[in-house]
Ligand binder design. Structure first.
Ligand SMILES: CCCCCCCCCCCCCCCCCCCCCC(=O)SCCNC(=O)CCNC(=O)[C@H](O)C(C)(C)COP(=O)(O)OP(=O)(O)OC[C@H]1O[C@@H](n2cnc3c(N)ncnc32)[C@H](O)[C@@H]1OP(=O)(O)O
Ligand SMILES: NC(=O)C1=CN([C@@H]2O[C@H](COP(=O)(O)OP(=O)(O)OC[C@H]3O[C@@H](n4cnc5c(N)ncnc54)[C@H](OP(=O)(O)O)[C@@H]3O)[C@@H](O)[C@H]2O)C=CC1
Length: 491
């Protein structure tokens, strides 16, 4: 049996979403581990005032590509950008490019999607479902296509508690939905969205479920693989530990905790001809790690490697009690934020802290559905795939999460958010630690002043409060003398 590297030798691959988080990692891995791959065609759109060429050249300068660049400075020659806007008819690929792709592509990876949880339904449908249909039509014109790999999400069927590696019936026939939304204006669509998505939390998981069904419809004509990752964080080992470039998933929450602006509520608790193979890529069943443990490791990691200019010391208080949570939001978020914004105003600067907190609460609210419940994913296909790999492939393409050491991973993840998301320098850590010490001293001073204040206002003035106070102090002394006496007896 050919190894993976041998399989890709001389092959041309088409990748959508190559400028995104997962797409970039895929491009890098193929270039590194399959150096004889013939070409990587990537569908890219111009964006934010940058042409397609500018975007691709910027992407290739990314630190992620360091090892590939070192091994082969001409690696960019294997990357062939194709101009495409996925929300346009025919993916707005020119007829010449369609011809070119039809003649040479052997494997398609479809990574592009909108992953926003608050995406309006029409747009999510356009990008996640209709563009997938268009890509499948293009794939059918490819004369040498061997596999069509669709990247879905483990949460596409999050309305179920047990999720097998199968395609479930769609919540609605996609064709009917597309036709009926076509004539509706955005306001009506917004009004009916909650009814349509039903027991799913957002338009993202809903449209990803529809996309899986659309892909499965072509299983008689194409070899299809559907990959369902759960939560993708920083890189584990390759190209180096901790690479991450966005605030998605838990990353933004980790950063917020590191900056000291998080007080969180709620419990965390072989190629087969013409078929569809689904792979649930999750770790919970084989190497579980709970949100409480994550919290502990994130906080201690950020205490060792603090972020610059933290607002407060790294923290994240997890509680399932609504009232306690509201208290923490008020005391730890709103009140300090108001004071800080007032200070900024007095210095002639624009207030920003309340705005940041409001955005953070919105993001946490949208993520909470995923962090507050449990799912059970079957991953037999993943185990089967692993068992079919040669020992060399198993090392080169290691996806055995049983070997993952969570504390070490979280440490690298936190350092990765500092270095690659916030672009902070590791040499500034002593100054950041000094800043944390200053924040701790401010907190101690504030707490002492608070105790003195409470003493002056309540204890010193009322006889009853004084009696209670003496009673408590007396009790403490009695306990201490008892403790001292019993330890003397034991000695
Ligand atoms: C200590 C620890 C604690 C532990 C514990 C504790 C607690 C537990 C709590 C929960 C734990 C996590 C659970 C994770 C579960 C994930 C499940 C995923 C499941 C599915 C996975 C998938 O299958 S797929 C990926 C999922 N899909 C997303 O994960 C997108 C979500 N997201 C959005 O849906 C939009 O993001 C949303 C939010 C609408 C905002 O939308 P929005 O419009 O208000 O804001 P934007 O995001 O557009 O950001 C505007 C600008 O703010 C910048 N920024 C953003 N965050 C920033 C930050 N923290 N600090 C500085 N800057 C930040 C950003 O870089 C932009 O900057 P610029 O404008 O310059 O580009
Ligand atoms: N990240 C995660 O935790 C998880 C992700 N997934 C899945 O993995 C896939 C990739 O996700 P991820 O890399 O994180 O997402 P990103 O948001 O980082 O990347 C999305 C990609 O899609 C492209 N894209 C979006 N809209 C268009 C458009 N209209 N025309 C052309 N290209 C477009 C983006 O291009 P541009 O740069 O031009 O915007 C970008 O390359 C998705 O299918 C997602 O559902 C699944 C589970 C977890």
């Amino acid at each position: 049996m050919a190894s993976i590297t041998e399989y890709y030798a001389g092959k041309s691959v088409l990748i959508t979403g190559a400028t995104g988080f997962m797409g970039k990692v895929l491009v890098e891995k193929l270039l590194w581990s399959c150096p004889d791959v013939k070409a990587l065609y990537i569908l890219v759109r111009p964006k934010a005032g940058q042409t397609m060429e500018q975007r691709v050249s910027h992407m290739m300068k990314c630190k992620l590509f360091d090892r590939v660049r070192e091994a082969n400075p001409d690696f960019h020659k294997k990357i062939i950008p194709i101009s495409s806007e996925l929300t346009q008819p025919g993916l707005s690929i020119s007829p010449e490019d369609v011809e070119k792709l039809s003649a040479c592509i052997n494997i398609v990876f479809h990574c592009a999607a909108t992953i926003r949880f608050d995406e309006p339904l029409k747009h999510a449908l356009q990008l996640n479902v209709i563009a997938t249909q268009e890509l499948l039509s293009l794939a059918q014109r490819m004369h040498h296509l061997e596999a069509f790999i669709h990247i879905s999400t483990a949460y596409a069927n999050c309305n179920r508690k047990h999720i097998d590696e199968v395609i479930y019936p769609p919540p609605v026939e996609p064709k009917k939905l597309i036709e009926s939304l076509e004539w509706m204006d955005d306001g009506i669509v917004q009004d009916i969205t909650p009814r349509l998505i039903g027991d799913r939390p957002n338009t993202y998981t809903y449209t990803k479920a529809l996309a899986e069904y659309v892909v499965q419809q072509e299983q008689d004509k194409l070899n299809i693989g559907i990959i369902r990752p759960s939560i993708v964080g920083a890189s584990w080992q390759e190209p180096f530990p901790g690479w991450i470039d966005n605030f998605n998933g838990p990353s933004g929450v980790f950063i917020a905790a590191g900056k000291g602006i998080l007080q969180k509520n709620k419990r965390i608790w072989r190629k087969t001809p013409k078929t569809t193979l689904v792979y649930n890529c999750t770790s919970g069943g084989i190497n579980p790690f709970h949100w409480g443990e994550i919290e502990h490791h994130v906080i201690s990691s950020f205490k060792r490697n603090p972020l610059e200019q933290a607002f407060r010391r790294p923290n994240a208080n997890i509680t399932s009690n609504y009232l306690i949570n509201q208290y923490w939001i008020l005391v730890s978020h709103k009140f300090p934020a108001l004071i800080y914004d007032l200070f900024l105003r007095l210095c002639g600067q624009k207030p920003q802290m309340m705005r940041i907190f409001n955005r953070l609460h919105k993001a946490i609210g949208l993520l909470e559905y995923f962090s507050s419940q449990d799912w059970e994913w079957n991953s037999d296909n993943i185990s089967m795939l692993m068992s079919q790999l040669t020992p060399e492939d198993r090392t080169m393409f290691n996806f055995d999460v049983r070997q993952l050491n969570w504390p070490e991973y979280i440490e690298n993840y936190c350092i990765g958010t500092k270095k690659y998301v916030l672009n902070e320098d590791m040499s500034d850590i002593p100054a950041a630690r000094q800043h944390l010490r200053k924040l701790r001293n401010i907190r101690y001073t504030f707490n002492t002043l608070l105790v003195v204040f409470i003493w002056r206002v309540f204890i010193a003035r009322s006889q009853m409060a004084r009696n209670i106070w003496y009673f408590v102090v007396n009790l403490c002394f009695k306990f201490l003398s008892y403790f001292r006496a019993s330890s003397t007896l034991t000695n």
